[in-house]
Ligand binder design. Structure first.
Ligand SMILES: [Zn+2]
Length: 171
């Protein structure tokens, strides 16, 4: 393991759909509001306000580099229609239309993605059967700003760094 996931005690509000097979990762931003959203905050939005079963995302990348557990990975998230059944949702806290995530966030994203690629056996530089990248941005799937133009622009570097981290092995 390259990065420790901080377990949260957020309970599902109801039954969730099991994940069949994890084939990739979809990357998101908080949105228009540039805040360091926590798993607890997102739980409030998604469960208490939207009425969802749990946080829509599986991992939350905080600006100091902490990675918090969202929805357990054995269950399909609610982050990207068309991809929820076979991808992990990575939420990067902040708004990245005009700036990049912090260096600490980027390091954690690369480390977590390398761990997940090894755990689930997929290639960070690979392509899904439907032609999308194995590590994609939300906007690859539907019309949305997410994960922000700046973060989206560096996804090729992130994929490359994940591949390099995997070659170096777990630390
Ligand atoms: Zn998104």
């Amino acid at each position: 393991m390259r990065v420790e996931i901080i377990e949260t005690v957020l309970a599902p509000a109801r039954e969730m759909t099991p994940m069949s097979e994890v084939l990739g990762i979809v990357i998101h931003q908080t949105g228009d509001t540039d805040i360091d959203a926590s798993a607890e905050q997102i739980y409030d939005w998604h469960v208490n306000q939207n009425g969802w079963a749990h946080i829509g995302y599986h991992k939350i990348f905080r600006q100091a580099g902490d990675v918090e557990r969202g929805r357990p990975e054995e269950y399909q998230g609610a982050h990207c229609p068309g991809a929820n059944g076979f991808t992990l949702g990575y939420h990067v806290s902040g708004s990245f239309g005009g700036k990049l995530p912090t260096d600490a966030q980027l390091q954690s994203i690369v480390a977590a993605a390398a761990d997940d690629c090894e755990k689930y056996g997929f290639d960070p530089l690979g392509i899904l059967p439907n032609g999308k990248d194995v590590i994609s941005g939300h906007r690859d799937w539907l019309a949305t700003e997410c994960p922000g133009a700046m973060l989206y622009s560096i996804l090729p570097q992130i994929r490359q760094q994940v591949a390099e981290a995997m070659q170096q092995g777990a630390v």
